[in-house]
Design a protein around this ligand. Sequence first.
Ligand code: ZN
Ligand code: ZN
Length: 338
Amino acid sequence: MRIADSFLAQKILLRYFNPRPYSLALSAILLLASVHFSVSEAKPKGLRTKNVIIVVIDGPRYSETWGTVPGHIPDMAKMRRRGVFFNNFLNDAYTYTNSGHTAITTGINQPIDNYGHELPANPSIFQLWLKSSGKPATAAWIITSKDKLNILGNTLQPQWQNQYLPSLNCGVNGPGTGYRADSLTLMVVKQTLARDKPNLMLINLMEPDGYAHAGNWNFYIRGITRDDRYVKQLWDYLQKDKHYKKNTTLLVLNDHGRHLDGIDGGWTEHGDSCEGCQHISLLALGPDFKKGPIVATRYTLVDVAPTVAKLLRFNFEQAQGHVITDLFPKKKLKQLNL
Ligand SMILES: [Zn+2]
Ligand SMILES: [Zn+2]
């Protein structure tokens, strides 16, 4: 039975299910039909998520984001109450862009080349999900302001190389063409969501990192505030869109932070294991998550991939990390066998 049929049945069921006697018989029939549909789809119990969107804001320091809310992130500070916020979330391995992103998409920390000349050693959630779902490449997208992040689409692992590749839109016009403004990346994101209705997407927004490296404090802060607004615009889009509302999980996180003041150039640089570089953040919103808590449990970038795999129901055994159980209400944890 097709998913659309099941939706329709449930919609009709909701419309007609009321205590008036003349509709009870019809309701009972539709209820039976609905049960039949969900069994035949083998839909795992308890999960509403059908789409996962990951937004990586590249390289802001915690002290300029969640360390001083609402501060420069007024929109996310408000959104926080609708999801779960993790204030002890870390990149505890290699604190630069390609490595941080690779940890997110493969669940493995590796000291990968940071200029886009090396593919990840392991397949990504995109490849694993495309294989398990049987969906076309347009169902999984990587859309990044940094051109060098096109490496996230493929792997060096021979069994997976050039297999089940996601769609890419990276930098100005692909690898070697330079970084693009985050406003343009957001435009591409919205166009892609409207056209392809993908179920899995990773977005990279680069302005905080780019302007910090340029030593421009005002533009670094402006980048943080812009990206805050873009996350809100994206969330609003997802809430209004008929395909995405009520079944979409949004994860907003960073690949790395920046040096604490006084360490190696301070806020302009990053890349070591200082608290400023390692301490990042995760805001998670979605139909399956708790609403409102601030979680102090320590989690790291490699926990994201197994969590996405759980949400999109595919096997994921390679991860160094674990499913982020603090996201889920107790009842849902039981249903998910967590
Ligand atoms: Zn950087
Ligand atoms: Zn540092």
